[in-house]
Design a binder for this molecule. Structure first.
Ligand SMILES: [Zn+2]
Ligand SMILES: [Zn+2]
Length: 138
C-alpha cells in the first residue's frame, strides 16, 4: 500500500516537522521501501528525481525525524547507520550473506521480564545475525 502525499504531510505535521518537499520525499521513500536504508541508498534512489538533494540534507532530515521520534536508528552493522520507519515492537535479523535486514516480530512478553521491573525503557534493540532463508537454500 502506497501512502499519499497528503498523508505524508499530515504525519510530519503531527510530529511538529515542517513538511518541505525534500522532507516529504524522504519520509515517503522510507514508508514505501521497508528496507532499512542507509543515507547512501536514499541518496542514490532519490537524486534522479530531486537533483538538488544532498547527502547532508538527507542526513540532517533523518536526524530530525529520529529526534521527533518519527523513525528509529538501527546500528546492527558497525559500519553503517540504517533507518527504520516501523515503530512497533520488533527485532532485526541481518543476513551475513546478502546483507539484507529483516523485521522480526517479537512477543510483547519479552518486556515483561522481572529484571526490567524498575527500569524505564527509552529504546530497545534486538539483533539477530546469520543467514536468511534464501541464502541458506543456496
Ligand atoms: Zn540472505
Ligand atoms: Zn525494522
Amino acid at each position: 500500500m502506497r501512502v499519499s502525499s497528503s498523508e505524508v504531510a499530515e504525519s510530519l505535521k503531527l510530529r511538529g516537522i515542517k513538511p518541505s518537499y525534500q522532507r516529504m520525499k524522504i519520509y515517503e521513500f522510507l514508508l514505501n521501501n521497508r528496507i532499512h536504508p542507509t543515507v547512501d541508498e536514499i541518496f542514490k534512489t532519490l537524486t534522479p528525481e530531486i537533483p538538488t538533494l544532498s547527502k547532508t540534507t538527507i542526513y540532517n532530515t533523518l536526524n530530525l525525524f529520529v529526534e521527533k521520534k518519527l523513525i528509529n536508528v538501527i546500528v546492527i552493522d558497525e559500519k553503517q547507520t540504517r533507518y527504520d520507519v516501523e515503530q512497533g515492537l520488533h527485532g532485526h535479523f541481518k543476513c551475513n550473506t546478502c546483507e539484507k535486514i529483516f523485521d522480526i516480530e517479537l512477543n510483547q512478553d519479552i518486556l515483561n521480564s522481572e529484571k526490567l521491573e524498575n527500569f524505564e525503557i527509552d529504546e530497545y534493540h534486538f539483533y539477530f545475525k546469520g543467514n536468511c532463508k534464501k541464502c541458506n537454500n543456496k
